[in-house]
Design a protein around this ligand. Structure first.
Ligand code: CP3
Length: 346
């Protein structure tokens, strides 16, 4: 059956006349209306776990721009929080976690309260579905186990991953206990989102690109493929997009082995390579540099058109190669939506 929603149709490999678009981190600090709600919410987690506020910020970019998908407002680090690891988001510092660095610490985490702690996200998803225009699809999401584990072990972002990598390379048996816990938690959480009304899922592996190819296979590709299998076993109809950022030629292994429906391409992937090597078997998403969106104007038109010319003929969802940055002028987002929607498969 052909979906009325262009993003879902693209993930079912139906190429419609128009290329659909949404943007990673489309709800966020570049929007003044987000900053106003964020200030009212107090803490960032309060914003994520207050359905009324999460619904409001999810819908803000949809009201402003003709985007073809919404993504539920939350964060990949709600999982460690729900497992019992203290997480906070500090102004100018990003996320701060009490680090997990031993099997004993892993054993103190528990999936028992996961569904209850994360139920406000499910409530927000159901409410967003009621408010979205009929052609706009709703994404649920989670982080992939390696990316989430790296924040859990390092205690935050902005590191060189030396501690997480040392654990993974030195003691793979014990590190795999953390990864397996995250496979369980993430699969359950994604299923909870689908049952609440999420129509598409995206799995963010933002730090996949820092590992060697064999470690990538073990800590990123296999656990992500297992999550995809578990979700598809219950909900085969829900398309899943995977974003293994920074992995270069290893995107081909994801296309062959991950079992997902779409791959989101980071900024460094050559679209002509992706069109030849990946798009015959997978829907592509991506891959405009978020800093090109900051620049806007002719530079943005030229780069976006290059991507459309190389990937637009096949199943494709226009997006960025990473999340929107806070200094992005909102009017550039409007111009990009117009450009993408005006482009036609020739
Ligand atoms: O609009 C959307 O895309 C939905 C919301 C969303 C957020 N985070 C909101 C957020 C999504 C999909 C994410 C994913 C996420 N979170 C990733 C994967 C994608 C990527 O960017 O690589 C990662 C690695 C995180 C972890 C995280 N959350 C970091 C490193 C930070 C601090 C850096 C920053 O951008 O501030 C966050 C905080 C965060 N998550 C903010 C938002 C809007 C900003 C916090 C604030 O408003 O105070």
């Amino acid at each position: 059956m052909t979906s009325e929603k262009p993003v879902i149709a693209a993930l079912q490999r139906q190429a419609k006349a128009m290329v659909p678009i949404w943007l990673m981190r489309q709800a966020g600090r570049y929007l003044p209306e987000y900053r106003a709600v964020r200030a009212r919410a107090g803490s960032f987690l309060e914003l994520c776990f207050t359905p009324e506020l999460a619904v409001e910020v999810t819908l803000q970019p949809i009201r402003r721009f003709p985007l073809d998908a919404a993504i539920i407002f939350s964060d990949i680090l709600v999982i460690p929080h729900a497992l019992g690891q203290p997480v906070s988001f500090e102004e100018g510092r990003g996320p701060v976690l009490e680090p997990i660095r031993s099997v004993t610490a892993v054993r103190n985490l528990s999936v028992e309260r996961l569904a209850t702690t994360l139920s406000p996200v499910a409530t927000a998803i159901a409410a967003v579905r009621r408010e979205l225009p009929p052609a706009v699809a709703l994404f649920g999401f989670a982080g992939a186990p390696w990316t989430v584990a790296s924040y859990m072990v390092e205690g935050g972002g902005g590191s060189d991953f030396a501690i997480a990598k040392a654990w993974a390379y030195r003691e793979p048996e014990s590190f795999s206990q953390l990864i397996e816990l995250l496979v369980d938690a993430t699969s359950a959480y994604l299923l909870q989102q689908v049952e609440a009304g999420a129509e598409i899922l995206q799995i963010f592996d933002s730090w996949a690109g820092v590992l060697s190819p064999s470690a990538l296979e073990r800590w990123c590709l296999q656990p992500t493929a297992e999550i995809v299998r578990r979700v598809k076993a219950k909900h085969p109809e829900v398309p899943i997009v995977v974003f293994p950022r920074g992995i270069g030629a290893s995107y081909a292994r994801y296309a062959a082995e991950c079992g997902c429906d779409g791959l989101s391409l980071d900024t460094a992937v050559a679209p002509e390579w992706a069109a030849a090597a990946l798009q015959p078997s997978m829907t592509m998403q991506g891959n405009l540099d978020p800093l090109v969106l900051v620049a806007g104007g002719d530079a943005m038109r030229a780069e976006a058109t290059r991507i459309l010319e190389r990937l637009g003929a096949g199943p494709f969802v226009f997006n960025l190669g990473h999340g929107i940055v806070p200094q992005t002028p909102p009017e550039h987002v409007a111009a990009l939506c117009e450009l993408v929607h005006d482009w036609r498969r020739g």
